[in-house]
Design a protein around this ligand. Sequence first.
Ligand code: NAD
Length: 368
Amino acid sequence: MPVGSILILPGDGIGPEVMAEVRRIIDWFADKRDLKFDVSEDLVGGAAYDVHGAPLADETMARAQAVDAVLLGAVGGPQYDDLDFSVKPERGLLRLRKEMDLFANLRPAQCFDALADFSSLKPEVIAGLDIMIVRELTSGIYFGEPRGIFEEDGQRVGINTQRYTEAEIARVARSAFELARKRSGKVCSMEKANVMESGILWRAVVSEVHEKEYPDVELSHMYADAGGMQLVRWPKQFDVIVTDNLFGDLLSDVAAMLTGSLGMLPSASLGAPMENGRPKALYEPVHGSAPDIAGQGKANPIACILSFAMALRYSFDLGAEADRLETAVETVLADGVRTPDLLNEEGKTPASTAEMGDAILAALDASL
Ligand code: NAD
């Protein structure tokens, strides 16, 4: 019996290069841990446009809806920049997020000790950092109506609307509380209840869900601007942070860059539970298709590999195996293996994408 099903969408640019390393790791789990996944592969982004004239074919969308987890590499590239907006590679990704209704975006910011010097913050502020930002992804100011640029009294007015229903707030709050139960049991909710009605409602609904369903989790509230300050001042005070779409967009980028390179950052986007109890899920590195280094064996595959570790933990309930994979990555970094993006010293020889994969597989072997 396979553990579950995975649809791999490598996409464009470095997407296929980093995904090749993930495939080797999936094979390792099948061979060495007897954890076999039912894996299929399809096209997304520019690669799908080249074949189907659309960045995500309807059949691919249907397959994504049917599997336990989708793993995506990256989409986009300069050759697609002049395409009509409706068929741009990014539209493939947006369609997946929208039709799978992936309302909770999980962005961990974790600092591996070996890379503590890489951060713009002092090593003692950053070493051992492990926080998780849960961003509401399908509502809020990026979607609210009315929106647009209108003519008013002889001048243009730009309008966006922040709008949240109770149900939208409650479901993302539940995602955060569930995560906290699997971590250190602490959630900090961030909004601007001091100046926004949507923030007042956000705070009230998060508190209600907490009181009724998760009294065992420790909940605190913070204004999002103060939260931004605290993230840079002393990030280790946080464990799970839950916030809306706009604030989450900003805060997760700040938190992510505390830890160094874009090539290290995984993400997960989760939706409602399916019939088998697993959430709809899409896992992807935070980085894009990096056309400047594509095809040169320079891409760091760790962000994509850590995204697969998140899939092990959140889709397949294999937390111990996720730990094993994350520890293998940590070991390799401690041993000094570095793709070019992780090198700031002269004279060191960088590892290629495949060599980084080799090293992680060797560390996995050593973990047995
Ligand atoms: P990018 O993330 O692709 O690259 C930014 C910089 O980081 C580049 O210098 C790149 O070489 C480097 N980088 C990124 N990932 C790396 C990795 N794994 N290893 C080593 N270095 C890495 O962002 P960009 O240059 O702004 O965008 C390039 C293309 O990617 C555009 O078409 C953009 O639309 C698309 N994009 C896609 C996604 C996605 O698929 N989720 C996200 C962002 C951008």
